[in-house]
Design a protein around this ligand. Structure first.
Ligand code: AMP
Length: 372
């Protein structure tokens, strides 16, 4: 099924992780005449019910991983915390896309920041924290306010503590469990934006229009597509995302989160906050507002197909349905020009992403802010 690294229709893509991203990837694969095989330790995985095959096993189960790798034409993943040993075992048995360099870079905030620095991409000021002495050094060099984050495994604001004055540093370090950390200067950004970029097997890149992201309780609440930005800034954001993908020799879709700083004189600057080596929540609007969604685009890249156009045919506002917000499904499904996507999760726990809606508008007609 694999010829020159290209996987034709009829091939099987293994997906590590069984959440909503895996579910939407598996659905896109099916639309392309491919089969999806989900691998994850959770029994009631949202992705499993839309996939052709499902392996329920731990990420360190070498025998199960080997069988999985041998049953598919390529493996991809829906989350960045794939253990290095899991990635190693899988790549010994076949193709893993995106590759290990992207995974290692995105898994560790310090490695990620050094990568950006090495390629002249601006970030928040940062310092490495490995013990109390380096914490104190970091606080004196970075200053306050600042944010202490675990190097690994942070998401939706977890593993993070803000430090308003040097006296708060120890308590913040305790709060994040004294794990290896990074101290970042607190950025007084004007807006948060992101770019969903794809890079194909042949090195071609395609970026969707930058979008603005609004968070509630550290969780993405809404994505406004497109972000209202001067063209030069939008182009710069896309160019930064493409450069990162090229430098990582990336294959697949990647989310690049950025901070837009307030205007200083005539200049505005963009800082990269973090990259996600996978499809991204701030790209869900592409399912309804573009001919080729981020999920299809990722599958195209992973399979070595030509990338699709990232052109937007509508403006859009994507709103996440968190916890019991999903109970409004009936009311939401009566709204005109609104696509509803539910993830099939049984229990609507607080903070749990249960689904999303995308409200579509004619090009150029997106309201500046919509009720959440
Ligand atoms: P992260 O897990 O790095 O994406 O951080 C989660 C959220 O915390 C971001 O979307 C920002 O809203 C905020 N944040 C993270 N890092 C910083 C920073 N250095 N300065 C200001 N806000 C930040």
């Amino acid at each position: 099924m694999v010829d020159n690294g290209i996987i034709a229709p009829g091939g099987t893509i293994g997906i590590l992780g069984g959440g909503q991203l895996g579910r939407m990837l598996a659905s896109a694969a099916a639309e392309m005449g491919l089969h999806a095989h989900i691998y994850c330790p959770e029994k009631d995985a949202p992705a499993a019910e839309v996939a052709a095959q499902f392996t329920c096993a731990e990420y360190d189960d070498e025998a199960a991983l080997t069988r999985f790798a041998e049953s598919v034409d390529a493996v991809t993943y829906e989350f960045e915390n794939v253990p290095a040993e899991t990635a190693r075992i899988l790549s010994e048995h076949g193709i893993v896309r995106p590759g290990p360099v992207a995974l290692a870079t995105a898994q560790d905030r310090i490695v990620e920041k050094h990568f950006m620095q090495a390629h002249g991409i601006l970030t928040a000021p940062f310092a490495d924290v490995s013990d109390e002495a380096s914490l104190m050094d970091a606080v004196s060099s970075i200053g306050t306010p600042s944010v202490l984050k675990t190097r690994r495994f942070g998401y939706d604001g977890k593993g993070q503590a803000k430090i308003m004055s040097p006296e708060e540093a120890r308590a913040a370090y305790d709060e994040i469990g004294r794990a290896p950390a990074i101290l970042e200067g607190f950025v007084k950004f004007e807006r948060e934006i992101s770019v969903i970029v794809a890079r194909g097997l042949d090195g071609e890149t395609a970026a969707y229009d930058p979008v603005e992201n609004i968070h509630k309780n550290h969780i993405l609440d809404r994505t406004l597509a497109p972000a209202a930005l001067p063209k030069a800034i939008a182009d710069e954001a896309c160019a930064i995302a493409a450069r990162i993908a090229n430098e990582l020799d990336y294959v697949g879709v990647m989310g690049v989160e950025m901070f837009l700083l307030p205007k200083q004189g005539s200049k505005r600057r963009l800082l990269v906050n973090e990259i996600a080596p996978r499809v991204h929540n701030s790209g869900h609007w592409t399912m309804d507002a573009c001919a080729v969604s981020q999920f299809e685009q990722h599958m195209r890249a992973v399979c070595g197909w030509p990338l699709g156009s990232p052109r937007r045919h509508s403006d859009a506002v994507m709103t996440n349905l968190i916890g019991d917000e999903v109970n409004a499904w009936e009311h939401l499904s009566r709204e005109p020009d609104t696509a509803i996507h539910l993830y099939g999760k049984a229990e609507a726990r607080p903070g749990r992403k249960m689904g999303h809606v995308t409200r579509l508008y004619p090009l150029g007609k997106r309201p500046p802010v919509t009720p959440s």
